[in-house]
Design a protein around this ligand. Structure first.
Ligand code: ZN
Length: 340
């Protein structure tokens, strides 16, 4: 695992055995030092630029470690809202339990009323993806985990087998069908997706890699190809199929590089590098706006995602796509300097 990647620095012990014990879980819900994050329809609660954490009692040791967290301790307000939200247990850090409370059931008016009652300056919900720059890697790992679990819970309120209601168990990590003749258990799902840097080594001259403008990203952002793994398919087969479907390129020598949980909404991105057999392209226009081959030297002149300038840009720095591109460029430029 590459620890530099966003969402990959989880500081919590998931306590997957302890969370099955309802008495232990209840004690953590009531514990003075337990910490609660608040989620509403894709957004987390912030005070100014700091992620907001509710706790009955501030642990000074934790406060020293989490100086960029806004802690709030109004017990009356806290208890009501926590109870109403069926908190999801995330894990423990230094014996302090962390929970996320999903308030998405609240309408906008009710939510606005609650925020007004809190009477805290500059308190607001911020879209998770837009707030990534405000978070340390450990915080983004905790919140992405919470967001993915909540997404699964919202989609598993009813049993996929019989349609009856389900109930939450194990602190939000299992749901049980309430129909006595079914009683199917449901567990969180993660969708595997492959993402790959395709390279080609011409007979002479520097190696090139294939990057594409996707319809789902802003124009002039060039990224790697990617796609979901089909049932009954190995990861290597998925890479080979996706590259051929999207770009018409045959690849071999598919090698695993790294992975990254991707909570938009609940995927794991599995990063690969693969060798193209030719540079001829046949693009799937429904997916890609354009695609081209680039040398590492050309990519060095690209701008960054979000730069307010004309010209080609690279994908977001926190993405595995960017990691694949950056590490390929680094190895190419290193090879060039050795050869030179
Ligand atoms: Zn059922």
């Amino acid at each position: 695992m590459n620890n530099a990647l966003t969402f990959c620095q989880m500081p919590l012990d998931r306590a997957s055995t302890l969370r099955k014990d309802p008495i232990w879980l209840q004690a953590q819900l009531g514990a003075k030092k337990s910490q609660f994050y608040f989620f509403w329809r894709g957004k987390f609660l912030y005070i100014e630029q700091k992620i907001c954490v509710f706790t009955k009692e501030i642990d000074n040791r934790l406060k020293r470690n989490f100086t960029d967290v806004a802690m709030f301790t109004d017990v009356a307000m806290f208890t009501d809202v926590v109870h109403a939200s069926s908190p999801t247990f995330l894990g423990t850090n230094a014996d302090v339990a962390h929970f996320v409370c999903d308030l998405s059931q609240m309408g906008e008016d009710e939510l606005g009323y609650w925020l007004t009652k809190l009477a805290i300056d500059k308190i607001k919900f911020i879209d998770f993806r837009r707030s990534l720059s405000l978070l340390r890697p450990q915080q983004s790992a905790i919140l992405s985990y919470g967001k993915a679990l909540i997404h699964w819970q919202q989609s598993a309120l009813y049993c996929g087998c019989c349609g009856a209601k389900t109930k939450q168990l194990d602190g939000g990590h299992r749901r049980l069908c309430l129909n006595n003749s079914c009683q199917k258990e449901h567990f969180p799902r993660t969708d595997p997706a492959v993402i790959m840097l395709v390279e080609y080594q011409p007979k002479s001259g520097p190696a090139v890699c294939l990057l594409a403008e996707h319809h789902r990203t802003p124009e002039q952002v060039y990224s790697t190809l990617a796609g979901f793994v089909d049932p009954g398919e190995s990861l290597e087969e998925a890479v080979t199929r996706e590259v051929f479907e999207e770009a018409g390129v045959v690849v071999t020598n598919v090698r695993y590089v790294d992975s990254q949980p991707w909570p938009f909404p609940n995927s794991i991105m599995l990063g690969f590098i693969a060798q193209a057999q030719s540079m001829e392209l046949c693009l799937e226009e429904a997916e890609l706006r354009s695609a081209s081959w680039f040398t590492a030297e050309q990519l060095a002149d690209f701008n960054d995602w979000g730069d307010d300038v004309e010209g080609p840009k690279l994908p977001r720095k926190e993405s595995i796509a960017r990691l694949l591109i950056d590490s390929w460029c680094k190895s190419q430029l290193a090879d060039a300097s050795i050869a030179g």
